[in-house]
Design a protein around this ligand. Structure first.
Ligand SMILES: [Zn+2]
Length: 117
């Protein structure tokens, strides 16, 4: 199955680090996960989704495992009667901490080596 046709607009680095909502539960989960990993990564500062890291010019390192958190996606849509309907849908997203990423430029030569080796 192809997923490439569903393209989302590119996210800026500023947008990638901005959050319009805050979850104490998710913050606690991520801070505890960081403590278990032995790193000091902070929720909403050092934990981002794959796409948010890419938007910041970072690349998740090969073999790194994500941490899954539950979020509520809010959306508003105008119906046929012209009324705005809001929806809240539960979703699970995968996030990675700062220790699991490197600047995208630093990872490219390594990838080339792996391909040519
Ligand atoms: Zn970390």
């Amino acid at each position: 199955m192809k997923r490439a046709s569903k393209k989302l607009p590119a996210m800026s680095a500023d947008e990638a680090t901005a959050f319009d909502r805050f979850s104490l539960v998710n913050a606690a989960i991520l801070e505890e996960t960081a403590a278990l990993k032995g790193c000091g990564c902070r929720a909403y500062e050092d934990w981002f989704t794959y796409k948010r890291w890419i938007a910041q010019g970072m690349q998740v390192q090969r073999g790194e495992h994500s941490t899954r958190i539950a979020v509520i996606i809010h959306s508003e849509k105008e119906n046929d009667a012209g009324q705005v309907e809001s929806k809240s849908l539960p979703r699970t997203v995968s996030v990675f901490c700062r220790c699991q990423v490197q600047p995208a430029a630093a990872t490219s030569p390594a990838r080339l080596e792996q391909v040519t080796a």
